[in-house]
Write a protein that binds this ligand. Sequence first.
Ligand code: AMP
Length: 112
Amino acid sequence: MDCVFCKIVAGEIPCKKAYEDELVLAFYDIAPQAETHILIIPKEHTLSSAGQVTMEDAPLLAHIFGVAAELSQTLGFTGGYRLCTNVGEDAGQTVFHLHFHLLAGEKLGRMA
Ligand code: AMP
């Protein structure tokens, strides 16, 4: 599959890793939209977006949210952070491999 995030997981495209375990990879966004902008992705490309999530994916989603919370503590985002995901082209999704944006490190503006 021609997927940029699968290539990052496979090590074919370099990334700046923030966190990794057997299920997920977190790395810095190449075009940051906040002081800190990290993407958290499942390593396995089974879901193209949150629009495909079913109840069976609950453990994976909880894991991703847990990784976001731990990363935020590790990186010292005491003021908070934004965790968001785009579903489909109208929302601006450009990579169709499920991912969550972790935005932090500054006072964030209101979402559109
Ligand atoms: P979305 O637009 O919600 O699908 O988010 C995709 C994100 O992936 C964008 O914020 C891009 O800047 C980011 N991105 C695309 N290619 C890379 C890459 N090679 N390394 C890091 N981030 C990337």
